[in-house]
Write a protein that binds this ligand. Structure first.
Ligand SMILES: [Zn+2]
Length: 208
């Protein structure tokens, strides 16, 4: 069943408001969907810790491998758990903090103009059928609210730095269920590495 939208929040998604967001730049057209994977600890599912990370409530002392996550302020618009349950953390009209330094077809800072969807998963095993089904329904819902045109992966807009959603993600399956007018964009040339490198140099030089 199609979900209804209210101020950028999708009915039917489990609403868990994150403090990690801000406004999109004025007049931004949100045309990109960015797919990710996350599991905390990596490769362990159903812990609830990815949700805590996005909500800012993760206990960084709970496990030694969480130490690098201390103070990290990240989020995603949506998370799809292994069961297919969908949670929403940020209104799609606001900017979630999921992509970081990134470039899509000559545009830097993909958070400005994208929706971020995290799939509970990792880089060494397949995703669940329930997750693809939930993603398909979510894309249909998103398309009614936003002028989405492209679906890409974090690894494609932040190459070398990121590896998700990784080799086990079935892009062909996604391509088949995309609504008309949307396409996958996962070729190397969909990211302008020169612009990304220039942005990194300017950040390193403190020029913002
Ligand atoms: Zn990612």
């Amino acid at each position: 069943m199609a979900g209804a939208w209210r101020e950028g929040w999708l009915s039917g998604a489990f609403e868990r408001r994150s403090p990690h967001f801000d406004a999109r730049p004025e007049g931004t057209s949100v045309d990109l969907l960015v797919l990710h994977y996350i599991s905390l600890p990596p490769g362990v599912f159903g812990t609830g810790d990815p949700e805590r990370l996005f909500l800012g409530t993760l206990d960084a002392d709970a496990r030694p491998e969480y130490a690098p996550l201390r103070g990290l302020r990240v989020s995603s618009h949506f998370l799809i758990e292994r069961t297919g349950r969908v949670s929403q953390f940020v209104s799609v009209h606001d900017r979630a903090w999921h992509a970081g330094l990134s470039n899509f077809r000559g545009r830097n800072a993909c958070n400005d103009f994208s929706v971020g969807v995290e799939l509970e998963g990792c880089g060494d095993r397949p995703f669940e059928d329930a997750q693809y089904a939930a993603l398909e329904a979510l894309v249909q819902d998103l398309r009614r609210e936003l002028p989405l045109r492209f679906v890409t992966g974090h690894e494609h807009i932040a190459p070398e730095r990121k590896a998700d959603p990784g080799p086990f993600f079935d892009w062909e399956r996604v391509r088949r269920f995309l609504p008309e007018g949307m396409e996958t964009a996962i070729r190397p040339e969909d990211c302008c590495r020169e612009m990304l490198a220039e942005r990194m140099r300017s950040l390193a030089a403190g020029r913002g």
